[in-house]
Design a protein around this ligand. Sequence first.
Ligand SMILES: [Zn+2]
Length: 290
Amino acid sequence: MLVHLSELLKDAQEKKYALGAFNIENLETTLGVVNAAVKKVSPIILQVSETSIQYAGLKAITSIVQTIASVQAGDIPIALHLDHGRTFRAVAECVRAGFSSIMMDASDMPLTENIILTKQAVDFAHRKAVLTQGELGVVKGLEEIEEEERHKLMTDPEEAEKFVKATGVDTLAVAVGNVHGILKMQKGNPGLDLDRLEAIHKLIPDTPLVLHGASGLPEAQIQKGIVRGISIINIDTELRLAFTNTLRATLINDPEEFDPREVLAPSIFAIQKVAEEKIEMFGSAGAAKP
Ligand SMILES: [Zn+2]
């Protein structure tokens, strides 16, 4: 069933687990993730990016999530979130469409502009009782930056405190050595700056922290992150890889097959397996038991 994210966050913070926030873009990826949540009896966040909304259409993707959450998911609680909203317009459309949480990402702007743009989104969202995630520090793809620059782009704990107070955001995406994308999975992982994460959490202990770019992060790092205030962990790249690699293999193995349902079923299952693994790793398995 579709629920408000605030209901899920409270339990995650109390019981010290993280909610998986899984990016979906169509019926098949949504089914894969939801099947995993049902099997693991876990609350989850389904999230869409602006490009996924452009791809599927806001109404279509929202309806897919709402329908699957109420039919296939049964009692398993699912919250819908906008990932990386870049404009006030995108944020406002998702608030109106029934999302219970949106992200305003102005993290590539200087602090003052980031605060102004994020606060504008927060004020609008809060009037409709929708939660807002902001981002401070810049989470880039590993391919985009050098090691030295990566440190400069990390979240400063005191700025994080100031940002949360000034904007009123409900959750905060932090840059603590996490990187977006696929390259880190091939090159070996730079790892999280756990001291920095701990310092941020100490200053804003009530604000759930969000880890972007968590695909490929080893379990030990994830768990140390959860202890230090991470309550939401985004997974996107690994789902895409599972889906597409499986699809490629399916088509090569059976070039005669032309039924989309037959072709796509293994990819749905591949998504499910990745999501199940993450749910176990994040400690949310069983958390939706009545
Ligand atoms: Zn992200």
